[in-house]
Every structure is written in structure tokens, then in C-alpha cells.
Design a protein. Structure first.
Length: 374
């Protein structure tokens, strides 16, 4: 089986789709993956998840990333306890080792059980100084934290996800049946298809003709395939596509929900009028993956490795460090410097050397560092 991907080959700065040339690229479908067994989950909690082979392709480090400059004006020391998801133990250890070369009097413990959800709950209890999570926090975790402290946890993006590594925060793609003539889709259109709230200002989109398809497709219904809440993939799409300006989006009622992500590509392959989404690593059927545009006037971006590595593809994902910081109050200097180290050329070089996740671009680092000063 092959995945049909419509990929852009000319300048990303050209704003209009009609002015861009395209090639139609046929890519092999991903290997069919399966949910973790109880034994896999226990290994992940105690040792970390088994890591895949590194991606053959590797990005270049953004030359505009800031160099880390250690503090000389104050003494950085102390003992701190953190937690991390089961896909992060090795990367977190490398970050800690790199940081302690500058500050040997800082001790940071991040040990098992490795599970971001458990770490988020312990952060609420005040038992941890920070937690690395390989997805967005669950809404319940944020609600519980805010009920206790009166403000949201500070969630700082610290590196990119992977491109297509199964289980390692791969990028997300939207796809249609290979017979569908649709060539690209915008976030506004997706919100019309997926949501009941329509926070992006449009109307409900229920037929393919509303997306510009004509002939036999004009009056055909759109069948939506998605992942039942709560799920990390579902939450990411809800936050990025359905939610805007602080308003949380809600799914429309007639979505064909699966409990897990694994069947979605196959559902769309079998349904001429289907559309669905999943991680790139889960696309194991002959479907057509669509280029996306987040805002009106944006160039449509295909989910190619290059676009995900450059963070120009709008459904590229990021990992977070979550900690407790009230607005206007400083972090503990040791934790702040740990974050600034991660968000530096040296810290992102560690991500590149590990060769599983993708380093941030300079504009992403700037945005993350700005969060520390709020």
C-alpha cells in the first residue's frame, strides 16, 4: 500500500496556493502498529519506552539559536525533583548532564515511574518541581492545578516532537480517500467539518461541495473519522484547530469515533467520502494526506519531513516542561537556568544528537523563553 501525499516544491513564502507548483509523491504506508501490551507499559514506567531506530533524515540546527551563557552573578545550587514521560528518560538525562557541567552544585532527580500523567498529578500535589510531558496537559490536570493555586501551570515548549516515530509524538496529518479530488484544506474548513462550536467563525461543513468539489462530489456527505476524547492526538487537534482566542472547541455529534488511533487510516481508505486524522506513524493505508494552512493567506504546507523539521507544517508537535510559576513571580534560579540551557543552541544540539525528536527553531525558542519572563 502507498500513501498519496501532495507536496509543495516551490517557495514557502509564496502566499497563494494557485501560484505554487506541486508534485504528487507516492510514499510507502507506515508499518501497521499495535497498542502497547501491559508488559510494554510496565517497561515504559520502569525503564522508559523502547526507542526506535533514529530517523535517517536529520535536520540542521537553526543558526539563529542563542548560545547558552551561564550565570556568573549568582550561585546556582540546590536539589530538585522532576518527572517525565516514558519516551523521555534518555533525553532528559542528557539535558541534566549537560546542565550540570555549568552548575555542578545542582542535583536534579528524574527517576521512575516514567509517565507524564502521573507527573502532572504530582506537580499539583506539590511533590515535584517540574514534569516533562510529551503532549499537552489534560484539561483535568490544568483544572486541578488552577483550583489549588489560582493560576495555570507554566507549560514551556522545550523541543519538537518526532516526524514519524511510532509512540514518540509524531506529527499529525489529515487525509481523505485516494479517490477524493480535494487538494488541500484550511483550519477554517476543518473547524467547519469537525466542530459544533465553530470558533473560527464559519458555518457547519457537511458536504464535499462546500469545499469546492463539483460534479458527483458536490452533494456527497462528509464522513468524519476521529479519536474518542480524551486522547493525546484528539486533544492536540482540538487545541490547534477547534479552539481559538481562549475558547475551547467542541466536536460535532456525528463523528465516527474510535477509542484509539490505530484504525483511522483504514476507515478512510474504505470510505470514499471519509476524512480523518492520525499521527504520521499510524498512516498504514492507501490514503491521500492533505497540505494544511492555518491562517487565511498562508501557504499550504504538506507534512513532509522538511516542513515538520522547519516547524512550518502547522500540525508539527512539541514537548513541554511544566512547572509552577505565578504570573509576575520569578522561577527558582536553578530551574530557570535549566530551562534557558534547554532553550539554547547547546540544549537543542543535545536533541539533534539523540536523533529521535526534532530541535526547535529560533523563533520557537524565542517564544518559549518569553514565557519565563511573564
Amino acid at each position: 500500500m502507498r500513501i498519496l501525499i501532495h507536496a509543495l516544491i516551490l517557495w514557502a513564502t509564496v502566499p497563494l496556493w494557485s501560484q505554487q507548483k506541486m508534485v504528487e509523491s507516492l510514499s510507502p504506508a507506515a508499518s501497521t502498529n499495535h497498542p502497547q501490551t501491559p508488559q510494554d507499559e510496565e517497561r515504559g514506567r520502569t525503564m522508559g519506552r523502547a526507542e526506535p531506530a533514529p530517523e535517517i533524515l536529520q535536520p540542521m540546527l537553526d543558526p539563529a539559536l542563542p548560545t547558552y551563557r551561564p550565570r556568573k552573578d549568582i550561585t546556582i545550587s540546590g536539589t530538585f525533583k522532576g518527572a517525565c514521560s516514558d519516551v523521555l528518560p534518555r533525553l532528559v538525562k542528557l539535558w541534566i548532564d549537560g546542565y550540570r557541567k555549568y552548575y555542578p552544585n545542582v542535583a536534579i532527580e528524574v527517576g521512575p515511574p516514567y509517565a507524564g500523567s502521573l507527573g502532572a498529578k504530582e506537580l499539583v500535589k506539590g511533590n515535584l518541581d517540574f514534569v516533562f510531558v510529551s503532549r499537552e496537559l489534560k484539561p483535568d490536570d490544568i483544572t486541578d492545578f488552577k483550583e489549588k493555586f489560582g493560576y495555570d501551570p507554566l507549560s514551556v515548549p522545550i523541543c519538537g516532537g518526532s516526524y514519524r516515530h511510532f509512540g514518540f509524538l509524531d506529527a499529525i496529518g489529515f487525509f481523505v480517500n485516494k479517490d477524493n479530488p480535494l487538494e488541500q484544506i484550511s483550519f477554517d474548513q476543518l473547524d467547519g467539518i469537525l466542530s459544533s462550536t465553530h470558533h473560527r467563525g464559519g458555518a457547519a461543513v457537511t458536504k464535499w461541495g462546500q469545499l469546492g468539489l463539483s460534479g458527483e462530489w458536490a452533494d456527497k456527505p462528509i464522513h468524519v473519522y476521529g479519536i474518542k476524547p480524551w486522547n493525546g492526538f484528539e486533544e492536540f487537534v482540538r487545541q490547534r484547530v477547534l479552539s481559538t482566542n481562549g475558547h475551547r472547541g467542541e466536536w460535532r455529534d456525528d463523528i465516527n469515533f474510535d477509542k484509539v488511533v490505530f484504525p483511522i487510516a483504514g476507515r478512510v481508505e474504505a470510505d470514499r467520502y471519509g476524512i480523518g486524522y492520525s499521527g504520521i506513524a499510524y498512516i498504514d493505508a492507501a490514503v491521500k494526506v492533505l497540505p494544511l494552512a492555518e491562517h487565511k493567506g498562508d501557504a499550504f504546507q504538506a507534512p513532509s519531513y522538511e516542513n515538520v523539521a522547519r516547524a512550518s507544517y502547522p500540525l508539527s508537535r512539541v514537548l513541554y516542561l511544566n512547572t509552577n510559576k505565578a504570573s509576575g513571580k520569578p522561577l527558582n534560579p536553578a530551574i530557570e537556568e535549566f530551562l534557558r540551557f534547554i532553550l539554547s543552541r547547546e540544549g537543542q544540539q543535545i536533541v539533534l544528537d539523540e536523533a529521535l525528536f526534532l530541535p526547535l527553531r529560533a523563533h520557537q525558542v524565542d517564544a518559549s523563553r518569553a514565557l519565563l519572563d511573564k
